[in-house]
Design a protein. Structure first.
Length: 193
């Protein structure tokens, strides 16, 4: 049966990979070591880690062991909203095709180095007012910034990549900054052993 080209799976329906399973297995090992899980329940959950297929099923295995922001993998795609504070979104999480972030008098960092992009073209709709939004992307991802803003600073420090996935930033930037950058490469030592 052919699949509809407009069909887009939900973030939790994406297939889990080996790295995702290993992250969840490490959380289970820690829970066994500190007594939050008994040996039988640990074995049962560990067996499930290698039997489930999707990220949603895998994420459900550790929901009662860690708070949401410390989960080894997150499929929750609620928008980021920060008012008068600082918020970081890091780790292994699914970035949906359309995502929004609001920063008002705040600093927001969206770290995509370990994230799973749901599609090859992600639209990030931002509202940045008297705030800074920092986007950290892995190598090979192209970032497209809006051409204008109201007294806005836009800094795209990501090297262009013609074939990689695209993150397009749209929305309102007023008296704020949007910075897109790649992680710093480790410095080479002048002295070799």
């Amino acid at each position: 049966m052919p699949r509809d080209p407009a069909y887009e799976p939900r973030p939790g329906d994406l297939r889990a990979g080996t790295d995702d399973r290993e992250r969840v297995a490490a959380v289970l090992a820690d829970a066994l070591a500190d007594g939050r899980l008994g040996p039988d329940e640990h074995e049962e959950r560990l067996s499930a880690v290698y039997q489930v297929r999707t990220l949603g099923e895998l994420a459900a295995i550790t929901t009662d062991l860690l708070p949401p922001e410390e989960q080894p993998l997150r499929t929750d795609v609620r928008p980021v909203m920060a008012f008068f504070g600082t918020q970081r979104h890091t780790g292994r999480w699914v970035v949906p095709t359309r995502y929004s972030a609001t920063a008002v008098c705040a600093n927001v960092t969206l770290d995509l180095r370990e994230a799973v992009l749901q599609s090859n073209h992600v639209t990030l709709n931002v509202t940045v007012m008297a705030a800074t939004l920092t986007l950290i992307v892995p190598e090979g991802v192209r970032v497209v910034m809006p051409p204008s803003g109201i007294m806005a600073g836009r800094k795209n420090q990501v090297p262009p990549s013609p074939d990689g996935p695209v993150i397009e930033i749209t929305g309102l930037i007023a008296m704020g900054n949007v910075v897109a950058k790649s992680p710093k490469r480790p410095r080479r030592s002048w002295f070799r052993r």
